[in-house]
Structures are given as C-alpha cells and as structure tokens.
Design a protein around this ligand. Sequence first.
Ligand code: PEP
Length: 249
Amino acid sequence: MMKRVFAANWKMNHGPAEAAEFVRHFVAGFAPASDRTVILFPSALALAVAREGLRARPEIKVGVQNIHWEDRGAFTGETSAPIARAAGADYVLVGHSERRHVFGETDEEAGKKVAAGIRAGLTPVLCVGETAGERERGETAAVVLRQLRSGLAQSGRTGVAACLVAYEPVWAIGTGKTATPRDAAEVHVAIRAELRALGGDGAVNVPILYGGSVNQENAATLLAADEVGGLLVGGASLDAGRWCAIART
Ligand code: PEP
C-alpha cells in the first residue's frame, strides 16, 4: 500500500511565532501514523522554527514553497535548493499555480527547478493544473500533460521517480470549488499513464496529490477517487485543528 501524502501549503501566512504555535498544537493532536506522510510548507523564514518544533517528530516533514534553479549567485531575493536543504527542507513545491500565474513562471523554469531540487536532495512536488478558460475549451489534459512533461524534462527517467505530482485545477484553488472525484480521477489516471511513459516502472509509486479547496468535509471523498494518493491543502491547512482533521483522513 502506498502511503497517503498530506501536504500543507501555508503560502505567505504564518511567521515564525505562529508557525511555532501551530506546530505545538499539531504535534499534540496528531498521533504518529506510519501509513501517511505529512509535509508542512511554511514561509521560508518560518521553516527553521517549524523544523525545530518537529524535532521529536521527524516523520513530519517540512519543505519550501519555491527555489531558484541555480545553486548560488547574484539572484537577490531568491533561495537556492542547497540553501533550502541546509536549512532543513526535505521537499520543495515547484510550479504552484500562483508561481505560474502571479509571477509568470514558465514550464521550462519549473523543469529547471525540479532538476535543481533533486540535485540538492530535495523531493520536488510538481504542481500542474488548468485554468477555468482552458477547462472550458476542453484543454485540461493537454495543459496538464504539457506541464508534467516540461516539469520532468530535465530530470531523466530516474528523476521521475524522485518526485511527487500535485494536480491542482487553478479554478479550484482558494475558490471553494473542487473538482468532482470523477473529474479528479480522470486527470489523475492520465497523469499516471504519462508518468509511466516517462519513467517506466519507477513511476508506478509516484504519489499524485489533488489540491484545490480541500477541507475536512470533502477530503475523504477526494481521497477515494482513482489514483488520488494524497492532498495538497492551502487555506484549510492554516488552522492546526482543521489540518489535524484532514491529515487524519
Ligand atoms: C494551494 O494553495 O495549493 C491550494 C490548494 O489552496 P486551497 O486549498 O486554499 O485551494
């Protein structure tokens, strides 16, 4: 059985003090469970505090929300994969819809970030998803598979097995709308087939997460859908109690 993955994307919320408080509450309410992987993605400046608060619970992982593709250099304001790793990150989100649509990140840049993350020993969570317009035009599969191929293009066959994928329809992020389990399953099955084509047998166990307005009410139904191996949660992960309920699903 593949472990379910529960990933919390705090976006630009929770500074160090709030992160410490969250982690205190979360570890008190969430018993160790060997059948699931839990990952917190705090702001980069709250990562060390979160990591420290999880010292007694090393099975709960932390990650950064973005990296630059270069390892070092004159890139003011950026964080490299080796620096994130040295600061305690295990995972990195790559190609989140806000990176793509607010900051103009391209498919090719996402591919360079995935490769940089793997090189530094981080596990990338490659996010893919179509906009409302693309969905209405019937382009969902084409967009998602293009983003997937580009995101993995610079990592080779073995790199495919070193990643997680998150399907997050852009129209579902932070909107209160979710894909139906049937729609999510259709895309997840297509992602799995493409992963196998790109990575062979190594891709069979790559977890494919669903994200987009997940909460404790809809988590179980979405997790029951074909090929949904976990959840990437934004808004509903900001409260330790709500996040505890979701991570126990
Ligand atoms: C996200 O930011 O990845 C996300 C899925 O957000 P929300 O759960 O708030 O829709």
